[in-house]
Design a protein around this ligand. Structure first.
Ligand code: FE
Ligand code: FE
Length: 314
C-alpha cells in the first residue's frame, strides 16, 4: 500500500522531480542499504545518496563559495594564527545552556543538507544516537559536536568566522583537510585546491613525519579543533573516543576517503571507527523532523550536569 507522506524539509531539484513521479513514496535503495541502527535516525524520504550533495543542492551557490574561500584562506600561517587567537579560552565564561542560547540564530553556510538553526541539528544528532541505544557520553557528544561554531560570537569576516550563513564562515564549518602538505583531490570541490596559497610550498608528507599521530598534525581550522580543546581545557569528563569524534568529524578525507593513513597510530585507527559511527548520526539525521527543543532540553541538561557542569571558559 502506498502511504501519503509529507515532503522532506529540503528538496533538491532532482528529489522534487522524483516526488512528482511518486518514486519516493517507497524507500529508495540508498535507504534500504542502511543498517538497522542508521534506520532508527534516518528519514526514509531522504535517501542516503541525497545527503552531501555538492553539485546541485538548493543551497549550492552558498556552499560553493564557502569552499572556495576555505581553500583560499586556510593556510598553515592562518591556522597557526587561529591557534594563538582561540586556545587561551579567554573570550567568555558561559554554561553550555547559555552557549546554546547564543547559538540559536546560527546557520551553517557549508551545509547542503540543513538550512535550519544548528542547535536543531545538534539535537537531531543526539536524539539519533540516543534512539540507537548508545551511552550517555556518546549522546552528549551528539549535542556538543558543533558547538565550536560559537566562535562566531568573537569572530569576524576577515577571519572567516561570521555567524550569518550569507557571510564568511570558512573557518567555522565545512570539511577539513590537513594543512602543510598537498591537499588530496578527495576533498569536496577539489577543483579549488589550486586556489590555496600554500600550493607548491609542501610536497610528500610536508611538515610531518610518518606515524606522527593525528594529534600532531594541523587541520584547516574550524569548530572541531576549537571545541575539542575547549572541552579538554575545562576538564570535561567525555572519554577519549568522544573527544576524537568532536576533533576529527569534519575531516572527511581521513574518516571517509582513507587519506592520511600514513600519519595514523594504532590509537588513531581505533578512534576512526568511533568517528565513523558518530558520522552516521551527524549526517543522516538532518532530514528528520525538527526537534522540540523545549521538551528535549531537561534530558540533555542532566547529561551536561554530569559531564560538563557549571560555567566554562570559552
Ligand atoms: Fe560539525
Ligand atoms: Fe554536525
Amino acid at each position: 500500500m502506498v502511504t501519503v507522506v509529507t515532503a522532506p524539509i529540503l528538496l533538491s531539484p532532482k528529489v522534487a522531480i522524483a516526488m512528482k513521479t511518486d518514486i519516493l513514496h517507497t524507500p529508495k535503495s540508498g535507504w534500504k542499504a542502511l543498517d538497522p541502527m542508521e534506520k532508527v535516525s534516518v528519514d526514509e524520504m531522504k535517501a542516503k545518496e541525497e545527503f552531501r550533495n555538492y553539485t546541485d543542492s538548493s543551497r549550492h551557490s552558498i556552499v560553493e563559495k564557502h569552499y572556495l574561500m576555505m581553500r583560499q584562506y586556510q593556510t598553515v600561517e592562518y591556522v597557526d594564527r587561529m591557534y594563538a587567537k582561540w586556545h587561551n579560552f579567554d573570550h567568555g565564561k558561559m554554561t553550555i545552556a547559555e552557549a546554546f542560547k547564543k547559538l540559536e540564530g546560527y546557520i551553517d553556510s557549508s551545509d547542503p543538507d540543513a538550512d535550519f538553526p544548528n542547535l536543531e541539528h545538534c539535537l537531531q544528532t543526539a536524539e539519533g544516537i540516543r534512539a540507537a541505544g548508545h551511552p550517555e557520553w556518546f549522546q552528549l557528544v551528539g549535542l556538543l559536536h558543533d558547538m565550536g561554531k560559537i566562535m562566531f560570537l568573537w569572530g569576524d569576516d576577515t577571519d572567516g568566522q561570521h555567524g550569518r550563513a550569507d557571510s564568511p564562515q570558512w573557518a567555522l564549518g565545512g570539511d577539513t583537510w590537513i594543512v602543510g602538505l598537498p591537499i588530496p583531490d578527495t576533498t569536496v570541490f577539489p577543483e579549488f585546491n589550486k586556489e590555496s596559497p600554500d600550493l607548491g610550498k609542501f610536497s610528500g608528507l610536508g611538515l610531518y613525519k610518518a606515524k606522527c599521530g593525528l594529534k600532531n598534525v594541523k587541520f584547516a581550522y574550524g569548530h572541531d579543533e576549537y571545541m575539542y580543546r575547549m572541552l579538554v581545557h575545562n576538564k570535561c569528563l567525555i572519554p577519549a573516543e568522544g573527544l576524537a569524534m568532536i576533533r576529527y568529524h569534519s575531516c572527511y578525507p581521513w574518516h571517509d576517503k582513507h587519506e592520511y593513513s600514513v600519519f595514523e597510530t594504532d590509537e588513531d585507527r581505533s578512534m576512526k571507527q568511533w568517528v565513523k559511527e558518530f558520522n552516521k548520526f551527524d549526517l543522516y539525521t538532518k532530514g528528520n523532523k525538527r526537534p522540540d527543543v523545549k521538551a528535549l532540553w531537561p534530558y540533555y541538561q542532566k547529561l551536561i550536569d554530569k559531564f560538563c557542569p557549571g560555567v566554562l571558559d570559552w
